[in-house]
Design a binder for this molecule. Structure first.
Ligand code: CP3
Length: 345
């Protein structure tokens, strides 16, 4: 009998009757139990650095929906925090960092993350590992260097990452040093998560889609290639999922050259095209529109069916095309779980 966890089998290239399912940002504000737990921590970073609370937040969606994977509860911005940049989260306004406005400001950063600051994250991994159901895979993550740099430079989320793009055009050497630092930090951070007990790591390049081809090459492709190759060399048993949101036709080259086990498709990606272009080379993850899940009803059913049809016969992990929205009704997530569980029958 094959006891392999369904999500791990798919990452090894198997196809399954119904795809394994998890949702990006599955631990979060759409869950009443999350809101209750969150209210007990003074700040979001305190919450991320409290192993008992972070482990509980990781497990909440598993208990409620029985997803095939748990994703570590943390945030991509713990890396700038561990590099010595001031990071805070204002309720309703998103992250705030002390912006990097000029190359001189880079000297405020440490060369390597203060891993002792991240120790609670590894302790969270350890706690979750022993509490997970046997069939549930455990995913760790980091933000990709470009995406993390875009927050570090702007000091907040922006719609077009203009501050980081401008900084990279004006100060390519300084920007390269920052990307290199984040690449090494990401590798060290992911290796430590794997050693603490995650089986899979996902790299979130949420803002990959705004860059022209040359910049995509330098700031997305090249650091991702370094991260994936180091993880694969140093921890060959760990699986890697690369999510380069907005990669568009770059997906073909990512799949051909990155060496990840799976690639996340964003909401706008055509799964029929992606399956054709990548056949046999990697698993695909995605890509339900988070707004279709929020809307529910016929739209949800139709979108789910279209994705299942498009990726039938291909190693597929069902997920959203981006994170679940806080307003999403629980009943719609339950409907999604039902549709996926029954899909292979
Ligand atoms: O459930 C999970 O997916 C695990 C936890 C997780 C969080 N953030 C928790 C979180 C993960 C994987 C992330 C990734 C993350 N964080 C990304 C990449 C994925 C993406 O959505 O593009 C990015 C860009 C961030 C940075 C970030 N963190 C922003 C922009 C915000 C504010 C926007 C928002 O959704 O509120 C956060 C805060 C954050 N991270 C929350 C959660 C649950 C909400 C804060 C709260 O609950 O008080």
């Amino acid at each position: 009998m094959n006891n392999e966890k369904p999500l791990l089998s798919v990452l090894r290239g198997k196809t399954t009757a119904n795809p394994p399912l998890w949702l990006m940002r599955q631990a979060g504000r759409y869950l009443p139990e999350y809101r209750e737990l969150r209210a007990k921590s003074a700040s979001f970073l305190d919450f991320c650095y409290s192993p008992a609370a972070a482990a509980e937040a990781t497990l909440q969606p598993i208990r409620r929906f029985g997803f095939d994977a748990a994703i570590l509860f943390s945030d991509i911005l713990v890396i700038p925090d561990a590099l010595g940049q001031k990071v805070s989260f204002e309720s309703g306004a998103g992250p705030r960092l002390e912006p990097i406005e000029a190359p001189e400001n880079l000297s405020r950063l440490r060369d390597v993350p203060d891993y002792s600051r991240l120790a609670p994250v590894f302790e969270t991994v350890d706690r979750v590992k022993s509490a997970l159901p046997t069939q549930t895979a455990f995913i760790g993550f980091c933000g990709a260097p470009w995406t993390v740099a875009s927050y570090m430079i702007a000091g907040q989320g922006t719609s077009d990452q203009a501050p980081a793009r401008l900084f990279a055009y004006r100060h390519p050497e300084a920007f390269d040093i920052l990307i290199e630092k984040l690449t090494e930090a990401s590798i060290g951070y992911l290796l430590r998560q794997i050693d603490a007990g995650v089986e899979v790591v996902q790299i979130f390049d949420s803002w990959a889609g705004v860059l022209p081809p040359r910049e995509f090459e330098n700031w997305v492709f090249s650091p991702l290639r370094k991260i994936v190759s180091r993880i694969k060399t140093e921890r060959p048993n760990a699986a890697v999922i690369a999510f380069a949101r907005g990669a568009g036709t770059h997906l073909c080259r990512l799949v051909a050259e990155l060496g990840a086990d799976a690639y996340g498709l964003d909401t706008a990606a055509d799964p029929v095209w992606a399956a054709q272009e990548t056949a046999g080379r990697a698993a695909l993850q995605g890509n339900l529109d988070p707004l279709a899940l929020l809307a529910g009803g016929a739209a949800l059913d139709q979108e789910v069916e279209a994705i299942l049809d498009a990726l039938k016969g291909h190693p597929h992990i069902f997920n959203l095309g981006h994170g679940i929205l806080p307003q999403t009704p629980i009943a719609h997530v339950e409907r999604l779980v039902d549709l996926i569980r029954k899909s292979g029958a």
